[in-house]
Design a protein around this ligand. Structure first.
Ligand SMILES: NC(=O)c1ccc[n+]([C@@H]2O[C@H](COP(=O)([O-])OP(=O)(O)OC[C@H]3O[C@@H](n4cnc5c(N)ncnc54)[C@H](OP(=O)(O)O)[C@@H]3O)[C@@H](O)[C@H]2O)c1
Length: 461
């Protein structure tokens, strides 16, 4: 390993990291985040290249990211031309690095050739995808080959879905035996004193997701059934469309994001591998650490809601959801949505994305309200099996799409670069099952994303 890293540093045509799609709206913020860690004394990131189809735009990205970077280190960053419609350019790219961060989306349109090239070349791959069908399709097609070729493919290493995965684990680890959770509901609150806006790329990905919902169902039907985690106590009742969650001061409605789907994949992988996934070259101490980590993670039903301090905010989410849900199903409806994103999202998405000021002023809080049993045996008693305990935790950080997502992606990348021997040899996985037992949570905390226990209460009937 040491020898291999030495070779990477000495050979200027081989890079620790390549950011593909670096000229995109999110890509440029990812580059800015990467600059913070490039060539610093303790960082494994010594050489960086940006890749995309338009070298002039990539040069602009370097200028923008360097002028906005808080670090004063001189950077030499290479530019590599690569087009996702040209497989040989992608194979060539993979031969120049051990790790690609893919920011080219919508992933359902552009992602597969990148995964395919990485798997073929045995290169590691992380992305910021929030599209469940893409993730499950990549797992179905490439998992076996990725294991064989030693290529680690991990989607959803952004706001979708790391706060949900790590936040659920953080809550579930507060339930010390004999206590056990039964359900954890996450409530997402987006905050800003300016407008909260997303870029068109994310909106297009969401619209195409709705249009192809049936394909995800078909894919699942064609696959073997996944292991179902055994959770103490009955599943939670459905509840009403709008909930007033007084404990966190929010009105909330179900958020049809990728989060609960990604979490479910992690929990079913954990059910199949109760000690987690073995690393490619773990020490006995590391094996012990991984096993001990997973012993403290308890399984629970999980859902995500989006919340607002005012009920009118929730009406707004429902209206936008109805526009996307109804119009997204027909060609003409999609044309309308994609032509006028701002109108149909009540200003939530813009073709040009948010301004830098809007990005800087935004933040998120994700509350995890866990309910369960002070003693797991209560769950199997006849009669009253209602949870008697509640633990509320919170994950909090800066703007979700262009600040939190790059922070998460970079920290996942740095873990891959300097702890590769602790991670699985290869395969297609959700982030939680791979990064859960690493120091990802501590790294996120050091970079502005906090994890806190808010309260522990006994529940009365
Ligand atoms: N997980 C999260 O929470 C999260 C957060 C933010 C974004 N995202 C996702 O990230 C994706 C990108 O969003 P965005 O807003 O950054 O979109 P964007 O601004 O449109 O960027 C797309 C990028 O893809 C590149 N691209 C398109 N076609 C290509 C091709 N044939 N070959 C090579 N590169 C190509 C574009 O290159 P050019 O510059 O040359 O056009 C651009 O760099 C979306 O799927 C979005 O949902 C996820």
């Amino acid at each position: 390993m040491e020898e291999e890293q030495q070779q990477q540093v000495e050979n200027p045509s081989y890079y620790d990291l390549v950011i593909l799609g670096a000229s995109g709206f999110t890509g440029k913020y990812v580059v800015r985040e990467a600059l913070k860690f490039l060539n610093t004394s303790s960082s494994p990131l010594k050489t960086l290249a940006l890749a995309g189809r338009n070298p002039a735009k990539l040069s602009e990205t370097i200028k923008w990211a360097s002028s906005n970077s808080h670090s004063s280190i001189p950077h030499s960053i290479s530019i590599i031309k690569a087009d996702v419609s040209d497989p040989s350019s992608l194979r060539d790219l993979c031969s120049k690095t051990k790790l690609i961060l893919n920011c080219v989306g919508p992933f359902r349109l552009y992602g597969e050739p990148v995964v395919s090239a990485c798997v073929e070349m045995g290169c590691d791959y992380l992305d910021i995808c929030g599209e469940p069908e893409f993730m499950e399709k990549m797992e179905a097609i490439y998992h076996e080959k990725a294991v064989e070729r030693g290529s680690l493919v991990i989607s959803a290493c952004g706001f979708d879905s790391v706060p949900a995965e790590m936040g659920l684990m953080f809550n579930s680890r507060q339930w010390v035996s004999p206590a056990a959770p039964n359900r954890v509901e996450a409530y997402l609150s987006l905050e800003s004193d300016k407008r909260i806006v997303g870029n068109f790329g994310t909106f297009e990905s969401a619209v195409l997701g709705v249009a192809n919902m049936e394909k995800l169902q078909e894919l699942r039907k064609s696959r073997p059934r996944r292991a179902r985690p055994v959770i103490p106590g009955p599943p939670p009742a459905k509840g009403s469309l709008i909930e007033h969650q007084k404990k966190v001061g929010l009105w909330a409605v179900k958020l049809p994001s990728a989060d609960s789907i990604v979490v479910r994949r992690t929990l079913s992988t954990l059910k199949e591998n109760p000690h987690g996934l073995p690393g490619v070259n773990e020490s006995a101490e590391q094996i012990e650490k991984r096993r001990n980590f997973w012993l403290t993670v308890k399984l629970a039903h999980f859902g995500v809601k989006i919340g607002s301090k005012s009920i009118f905010g929730v009406y707004g989410f429902i209206i936008v959801g109805m526009f996307i849900g109804l119009l997204g199903r027909t060609g003409f409806g999609r044309w309308l949505l994609l032509k006028f994103p701002s109108i149909f999202t009540l200003g939530g998405f813009r073709k040009k994305g948010p301004t830098e000021e809007e990005v800087e002023s935004a933040s998120f809080k994700m509350w995890f309200v866990g309910q369960g049993y002070s003693d797991e045996s209560l769950a199997s008693q006849e009669g009253n099996r209602k949870p008697d305990t509640e633990i509320i935790t919170r994950v909090m950080g800066p703007e979700i799409g262009y600040l939190t997502t790059p922070i998460i992606l970079l920290q996942c990348a740095l873990i891959v670069l300097n702890q590769r021997e602790h991670l699985p040899k290869g395969g297609v996985f959700p982030p939680g099952i791979v990064f859960g037992p690493t120091d990802l949570q501590e790294r996120l905390q050091q970079n502005g994303i906090s994890f806190d226990v808010i309260s522990r209460n006994a529940l009365s009937d």
